[in-house]
Design a protein around this ligand. Structure first.
Ligand code: FMN
Length: 238
């Protein structure tokens, strides 16, 4: 299996709490699944243009910019499991992550990561910080259609000094275990929605509007047609 972990700390690897957390993750993952291919990508310093809202990705599977965001999206599509990790800045993901996230909008619109396992992580200065940033990334990965497991925030002082057998170390390893399960059996971890919008219900209740909004996306309509056929079969058999 191919795993890609993308993180957005702007700090050098030896100082970054997020990178330290990912080292602990990597150690556990490669112990449990030594045959898996794991790669880590730092977003900081990559050539990624800010989305200018031109809307091309609403209609097509590409972008006006040909930069490293596009290469990275391609690598996510080729992976079996995707991990997103961000430092918590002002109770959310940092702008380095957000700049990349905006460029991935088509993954959400077309649910292009369906069938892949996913995990969302964050680090924060406070070990008591709630996991807003990681929760956001979890919902984002769900909107991509990925089989995403529970999000995990790790308080950075603990990441750096004591991630071994502490609660945080145990929590991180438990999340990695769930992630392994989701990669191996994505059908058991289907996400429940996308940012609170039930796209299937929208298609059902407002078909004309939804058709215009997602006009290039046949996959939604295939799902909708299949569901309608199943409902009709069910009604007929009653
Ligand atoms: C601009 C900025 C805003 C931050 N906001 C928060 C915050 O709201 N809550 C928190 O617990 N930590 C906050 N932090 C601390 C970082 O989340 C924490 O140190 C993180 O682990 C840094 O990750 P890194 O070392 O991988 O870059 C902030 C740090 C910076 C630089």
């Amino acid at each position: 299996m191919k795993i890609i972990a993308i993180h957005s700390s702007p700090r050098p690897k030896n100082l970054s709490h997020t990178a330290v957390m990912l080292s602990a993750l990597r150690e556990h993952l490669t112990t449990r699944r030594p045959e898996w291919d794991y790669e880590e990508v730092a977003l900081w310093g990559l050539d990624i243009n800010v989305c200018d809202g031109n809307g091309r990705c609403f209609r097509r599977d590409d972008c006006v910019f040909e930069d490293e965001a596009e290469t990275l999206i391609q690598r996510m599509l080729e992976a079996d499991g995707v991990i997103l990790a961000s430092p918590n800045y002002c109770a959310n993901v940092n702008s380095t992550m957000m700049k990349f996230v905006e460029r991935t909008t088509r993954l959400s619109h077309r649910r292009l990561l369906a069938g892949k396992g996913a995990l969302a992580l964050s680090t924060s200065a406070s070990p008591f910080e709630s996991s807003h940033a990681a929760d956001y990334l979890r919902r984002l990965l769900g909107s991509y259609g990925a089989s995403v497991v529970d999000a995990c925030n790790i308080g950075s002082p603990i990441v750096v000094y004591d991630y071994g057998d502490t609660n945080h170390g145990v929590a991180l390893r438990a999340h990695v275990d769930s992630f392994i399960e989701a990669v191996e059996a994505p059908q058991d971890h289907i996400p429940d929605g996308t940012f609170g919008i039930d796209i299937r219900a929208s298609l059902r209740d407002h078909p004309e509007f939804a058709r215009r909004l997602f006009r290039s996306d046949d996959r939604y309509f295939a799902t909708q047609d299949r569901e309608q056929q199943e409902a009709q079969k069910h009604e007929a058999s009653e």
